[in-house]
Design a protein around this ligand. Structure first.
Ligand code: GRF
Length: 237
């Protein structure tokens, strides 16, 4: 279990506002037969993070169930990964905008997640910026995994940005999603070395290994209600 401070390369960062993440502790009742903590996963790509999260739910590492998997790409691997695991997997067309969901699509995503009664939305390679109504409906209940140590290298191809810049250490960051791009409060980070001879592909692969550790561990903590936030401080209980 994760505790506050450094643990196996997972660094707990600080938060910019007073926030208690209750994560519906009352809903995590496991074997009592009552409602289980429910996750909604959104992605546009191959779905390695979603698969790791789903497998961690199945093994009990995360005390939650994947209630629904949504994608804006009809043939995305993440939908296939979900279907192979018997999870509900739905393509919802993103609408006409290039980098965001249009209003109707945004409403469709909200409706699907509400129908699935999700407690937490976890973005796993979802290539659309979420703003406005979506973040109001799921206020402080949307998290993302970013392939760098934020606030360094936000945005696209963060592993390539890190390599081009010449850093010796990079990593993965789990953060809450706010109205900005990769600017939300940081929940946990895991470091990854940049090795001599690394290419963007080798570095990205090493970062993705770290993601598949830090993301399920962080979601498990959130599902347990084990993260308390005060200002920019976080306390993992
Ligand atoms: C991950 O590298 C993540 O950091 C970024 O998108 C990628 C998704 O990969 N946000 P996958 O679809 O989970 O394999």
């Amino acid at each position: 279990m994760l505790v506050g401070g450094d643990l196996s390369g997972i660094r707990i960062k600080h938060f910019p506002f007073l926030l208690a993440i209750r994560c519906n502790l009352m809903d995590v009742r496991g074997m009592s037969g009552a409602k289980t903590f429910r996750l909604g996963l959104l992605g546009s790509g191959k779905g390695s993070n979603a698969a790791a999260i789903a497998d961690a739910c199945a093994s009990g590492q995360i005390p939650a169930q994947v209630a629904i998997v949504l994608s804006d790409v009809a043939d995305a691997g993440i939908l296939q990964q979900a279907r192979e695991r018997g999870l509900p997997a739905v393509f919802i067309a993103p609408g006409k905008l290039r980098a965001k969901l249009d209003e109707a699509a945004g409403a469709a995503y909200i409706r699907a997640l509400q129908d699935a009664q999700v407690d937490l939305v976890a973005l796993a390679g979802f290539m659309r910026i979420l703003q406005g109504a979506f973040l109001r409906v799921f206020a402080q209940r949307v998290v993302n995994i970013h392939p760098a140590l934020l606030p360094a290298f936000p945005g696209l191809e963060a592993w390539k940005q890190a390599l081009d810049y010449g850093v010796k250490v990079t990593g993965a960051t789990v953060h809450f999603v706010d109205q900005g791009v990769d600017t939300g409060p940081i929940i946990a980070q895991r470091t990854v070395p940049v090795l001599p001879g690394d290419t963007p592909a080798t570095l990205h692969a090493r970062i993705q290994e770290a993601e598949r550790v830090v993301y399920p561990a962080t979601i498990a903590a959130l599902a347990r209600g084990a993260v308390r936030v005060q200002g920019r401080q976080t306390v993992w209980q």
